[in-house]
Design a protein around this ligand. Structure first.
Ligand SMILES: Nc1nc2c(ncn2[C@@H]2O[C@H](COP(=O)(O)OP(=O)(O)O)[C@@H](O)[C@H]2O)c(=O)[nH]1
Ligand SMILES: [Mg+2]
Length: 386
């Protein structure tokens, strides 16, 4: 059966659009004095430089909500912490009310999911009012249990950051972590440059604190941890490989190999959403033609499958024109790993997203696919429990 590659690519694009549309919105309150580095932090952690897009919309007297069309993120930026005790009390009340309101809706898209309380490491000390503020906030937060993370910003001095971190931990505050970060490289006069660090730790901690319904959103938005993106993407590949292999242990006739395509498209859509790049149809077409397509016209036809089998060691001659169910899992896993491989190159800046569609990009994917077929036979079969 010849499966039209163009239609498959279009189906993939539709699946990606659908998944993006269905992402839940992540809502974060970012608090702390003006100048500590809140905007810099937000712009460094998430794609789209959200904090640059303007002032946001006022939601309370001291809080503005920053959003951008097509980005499943809302940042509640607080103002006025530096204005003294009275304003701080007002800010705390507004924060608590915003949390309660969101909580009452029982809607994941409206709830506040996390609070980042930012403290400037370079300022050398935490004011007693700030500790008091955090204590009171935790008290108000006993039922709602929104995870609070203390972020030590501008931590170019790691020594100072560790001292400050210990001091905060000693206060026994009800916060889940204290994380030193340097959002952007910092030039220290005559001493060279301190490299940005710590943002991947912040994402890892968020990944542990947030509910499953926000995991794809978190990975889609964050641009600082390749490791976390890969971990989530590889889980999607394992699930798809299992589904492709597990649709009955019976061998799959060549003519029915197309039955795995929907599973593979779901997998490609998941990986695309996790990496958060703008992937268009020509990129998907390139991916398909360099892996499971023949000359770009058909996908998983008999010739293609026969050709793929040559790269899997230990398969040998195939009796009765059918492939083993486990082999379907191997092919699916190799496709997923090849796609993750190019996404990784784009993430690292070694390849642009448009390069994927070029000869060089296709060759890279083809190489990755074949090497994964070779390598993954044993371990994928183990992964899918065969
Ligand atoms: N190099 C460097 N500068 C930073 C960092 N964080 C904040 N800054 C600088 O500190 C100033 C205040 O930061 P901003 O993000 O506007 O603080 P906000 O008022 O809390 O939003 C700006 O000039 C930033 O460039 C950082 O991680 N690295
Ligand atoms: Mg700001």
């Amino acid at each position: 059966m010849a499966i039209d590659a163009d239609k498959v690519a279009q189906d993939a694009i539709n699946a990606i659009a659908e998944k993006i549309k269905n992402l839940n919105t992540l809502n974060i309150i970012v608090a702390g004095k003006t100048g500590v580095g809140k905007s810099t932090l937000i712009n460094s952690v998430f794609r789209e430089k959200l904090a640059e897009t303007g002032m946001g919309k006022p939601v309370t007297q001291h809080m503005r909500k920053i959003t951008k069309k097509g980005v499943p993120l809302a940042i509640y930026d607080t103002r006025g912490f530096e204005l003294g005790k009275e304003v701080q009390t007002e800010v705390k009340k507004e924060v608590t009310e915003t949390i309660s309101k969101g909580f009452a809706t029982q809607d994941i898209n409206k709830a506040i999911h996390c609070i980042w309380y930012c403290i400037n490491t370079a300022s050398n000390r935490v004011e007693p009012e700030e500790i008091e503020w955090l204590k009171e906030l935790s008290m108000d937060n006993q039922i709602t249990q929104v995870p609070i993370i203390a972020v030590l910003t501008q931590a170019f001095s790691k020594k100072k950051a560790l001292e400050l971190r210990q001091m905060l931990l000693n206060e026994n505050l009800d916060i889940i972590q204290v994380i030193p970060v340097l959002a952007e490289d910092y030039e220290i006069e005559d001493l060279g440059t301190a490299k940005a660090y710590g943002l991947d730790v912040l994402i890892k901690v968020m990944g542990e604190a947030l509910p499953e319904e926000l995991m794809d959103t978190l990975q889609n938005l964050q641009i600082v941890s390749l490791e976390e993106k890969k971990r989530r993407a590889q889980a999607a590949v394992a699930t798809a490989a299992l589904a492709a292999a597990g649709e009955g242990a019976a061998p799959i006739p060549f003519a029915d190999c197309a039955l795995m395509i929907p599973t593979q498209l779901g997998m490609i859509a998941s990986i695309t959403v996790i990496f958060g790049f703008d992937v268009n149809k020509s990129i998907i077409t390139a991916l398909l033609s360099s892996t499971i397509g023949a000359g770009g016209a058909t996908v998983l036809g008999k010739t293609v499958v026969t050709n793929i089998l040559k790269f899997i060691p230990g398969i040998g001659a195939v009796a009765g024109g059918a492939i083993a169910a486990g082999t379907a899992g191997v092919i699916t896993a190799a496709l997923g790993e090849a796609y993750i491989g190019v996404m990784e190159l784009v993430f690292k800046g070694d390849m642009s997203i448009d390069d994927i569609g070029t000869k060089k990009g296709k060759e890279t994917m083809s190489q990755l696919f074949k090497s994964n077929l070779k390598a993954s036979n044993d371990c994928s079969q183990r992964k899918v429990g065969i």
